[in-house]
Ligand binder design. Structure first.
Ligand code: SDX
Length: 428
């Protein structure tokens, strides 16, 4: 006998089904609530509301657990690659060696852009934020590929997914090259996914570019750690926008914009700017934290706190360790990393942060690595987008493959004026 919930409302008692997930999470099914009672629920920010059932990613915020398709993030971080994780996200299983080779080969062959994209970039200001450039150019992919826009044609969806995963690093690198007035480098199919991106970002036509394996491995790890995260803001955007039956390119363009926000993926840029300002002012981590505790909005502790993780963010733990490894192997002493570690150390013992369960999230240490490999701060969120792209695609696909698919259209509680008449201009 499955569990039910009893709701006494409006003079009646409703019995609502309870849905239990494979990890024991329970949700009250309110799909018939308004029809049976005339009532809706209200949950601004959706902290208590599930939008879907999903088999892609599982998070236990209390235990600091994150798994992709059931596999713990720590194992994927230690043993997998971003290409393999992208396949896992999209196809729902780890690939065989042949499947991985074919997938990686297909992605390599789609990394080049239509030449007309150069004209698009030349129309953008030099200081265009890379996230604006990426959402613009990703949306424009729909104009270049009218042959693969049908969200219900499996083959068209697959080719769009391949094109997006292949081309986003090229689009992001070109946004950076445009901003520094350097020529675009065509992708090289002889390089792997991450090496190709590094060369397009930091190479130039005057000399050969040598991919540093330490940097390449660090970036591959960061992309793995960012690949998906349940129904976060930008993924919920992918589902809501995708539910209108718009094509995948238009959907991903919207998700890129959602990720750009400083409360979401944009936090990684804000974190490094916060660390740099503390360093530049010669201020101390403790002084900054006192300002953050005072509610000084200009001193919000970016990279801390999370809607779901009320314990540590497992990704932050992996990235923090990678910071030490990468910087040591690159022979870099980063004062920003020292400040970051001091901020974390103090907050772990400070009631203000402990009571509010504020721990470092994925954005807190990632910027230290991006900074160490020479990435400009305004490119950090574009790196996040490259990592998150397979997750957005997988969630969008799951939405379209759901037999219960319907367009997303939330209700509201109206609090405006009751019926009133139009006031003629001479009486206002
Ligand atoms: C990502 O959803 C995801 O999964 C996102 C993500 C993913 O992989 O997709 O994990 C990626 O976006 C990580 C989060 C990056 N954002 C930041 O680092 C920005 C700083 N953090 C926050 O603004 C905040 O913590 C959020 C937005 C992340 C979460 O906000 P919530 O869940 O709505 O919590 P809240 O803002 O209501 O905060 C709860 C309390 C409040 O205190 P009170 O007003 O109740 O006294 O904690 C305080 C907040 O004021 N608080 C902070 C704080 N974050 C929350 N105080 C100081 N510094 C902070 N960073």
């Amino acid at each position: 006998m499955s569990e039910t919930a009893e709701l006494k409302v409006g003079g009646q008692t409703l019995e609502l089904n309870v849905i239990e997930g494979t990890e024991g999470e329970k949700g009250i099914d309110i799909t018939k609530l308004r029809g049976q009672s005339g009532y809706i629920t209200l949950d601004p920010g959706y902290a208590n509301s599930g939008s879907c059932q999903s088999a892609i990613t599982f998070i236990d915020g209390e235990e600091g657990i994150l798994r992709y398709r059931g596999i713990p993030i720590e194992q994927l971080a230690a043993k997998s690659s971003f290409m393999e994780v992208s396949y896992l996200m999209i196809y729902g299983k780890l690939p065989t060696q042949i499947e991985l080779e074919n997938f990686s080969e297909t992605i390599s062959r789609h990394t080049m852009l239509h030449e007309d994209f150069k004209k698009m970039y030349s129309a953008l200001p030099k200081d265009a934020h890379p996230m604006a450039a990426c959402s613009t150019t990703v949306g424009a992919l729909a104009t270049f590929y009218p042959d693969s826009l049908d969200p219900r044609d499996m083959r068209q969806v697959e080719i769009s997914a391949h094109r997006l995963i292949a081309k986003l690093p090229t689009l992001a690198a070109y946004a950076y090259k445009h901003s520094i007035g350097q020529p675009f480098l065509y992708p090289l199919n002889s390089l792997d996914y991450v090496g190709n991106f590094l060369r397009m970002m930091f190479g130039n036509p005057c000399e050969d570019y040598e991919v540093d394996p330490v940097v390449r491995n660090a970036l591959d790890l960061l992309f793995i750690l960012h690949a998906d995260h349940e129904q976060n803001c930008s993924t919920s955007t992918a589902r809501l926008v995708g539910s209108s039956m718009v094509n995948l390119f238009g959907t991903i363009s919207a998700s890129i914009n959602a990720l750009w926000g400083p409360l979401h993926g944009g936090a990684n840029q804000s974190v490094i700017e916060m660390l740099e300002s503390i360093h530049a002012e010669g201020s101390s981590a403790r002084d900054y934290l006192e300002r953050a505790k005072s509610g000084d909005e200009s001193a919000r502790l970016m990279g801390f706190g999370h809607r779901v993780y009320k314990n540590h963010d497992p990704r932050a733990k992996v990235i923090k360790k990678a910071c030490d490894d990468v910087l040591e192997r690159m022979g870099i002493h980063s004062p920003l990393l020292e400040i970051a570690k001091e901020l974390e150390e103090i907050t772990l013992k400070d009631d203000y942060f402990v009571e509010r369960k504020l721990y470092p999230n994925v954005d807190f240490y990632s910027g230290v690595i991006y900074n160490a490999i020479g990435t400009p701060a305004n490119m950090f969120t574009a790196m996040f987008a490259i990592g998150r792209l397979p997750g957005w695609i997988a969630q969008w696909k799951e939405l379209h493959e759901d037999p219960a698919f319907k367009i997303g259209r939330p209700r509201q509680i109206y609090t405006g004026p009751n019926e009133t008449d139009y006031t003629p201009m001479d009486q206002r």
